[in-house]
Design a protein around this ligand. Sequence first.
Ligand code: ADP
Ligand code: ADP
Ligand code: ZN
Length: 215
Amino acid sequence: MKILVMGPPGAGKGSQSSKIVEKYKMPSISTGQMFRDAFNANESIGIEAMKFIKEGDLVSDDITNEIVRLRLTKKDAETNFLLDGYPRTVTQAVALDDLLEEMDTKLDAVINILSSHDVLFERMEQRRVCKVCGASYHLRFKKPVVDKVCDKCSGELYQRQDDTHESVKRRLEIYETKTKPLLDYYSKQGILYNVNGMQSFDAVYEDIILVLDEI
Ligand code: ADP
Ligand code: ADP
Ligand code: ZN
């Protein structure tokens, strides 16, 4: 199964993706997480990307397409993968289709998690993430058992540099102009499935599984 999880920033892509990949035993490929890991490891690509990320801007299509190409051509992504937060522009979507065609394969489904801007602001301002494994928490809806410590790996929880009010505003604007047109792109391919993201974690997950079990 080869799937994309899309949606505006804060919709719950990362939270749902981690549960989906556990169920279907597939690699989760998040471009945002790859950039943050590279930054935390002091790698030049991460340092370069963070200049854009912290302002709420997108990283360039060329850099992003290249890291995805390197990742998708690894052995573990041969039969199954989940892409979280990529593609985010039409240019990236076309590059992905070209790459998949080269690999003689295609996408099975695009899950689009919908949410209102009010909910998204609240979620991102209250989000905390693990510096080590990237798991995300919420100060009210998904509190860690021990304050500021990851339940899964005991890593330190921190607030992302781009989860400020200004940056969130900018990311939502960019989502509307650059990423939303992709919904039409995938709808025309007949592989777009919308899921209401303004429900409990479990209800959103169940709706996604209903779709994935059918394809
Ligand atoms: P994305 O990867 O789309 O940016 P995340 O999965 O990191 O989103 O979720 C954003 C924030 O919202 C996190 O703090 C997460 O714990 C919280 N969250 C995600 N889904 C839900 C939900 N269904 N109900 C309440 N909070 C949620
Ligand atoms: P969120 O969905 O909460 O915005 P992500 O972790 O998916 O979080 O992305 C964080 C940031 O990383 C984005 O705002 C952007 O700057 C950068 N980024 C992630 N994926 C892409 C992409 N496909 N193209 C360009 N930039 C990206
Ligand atoms: Zn962790």
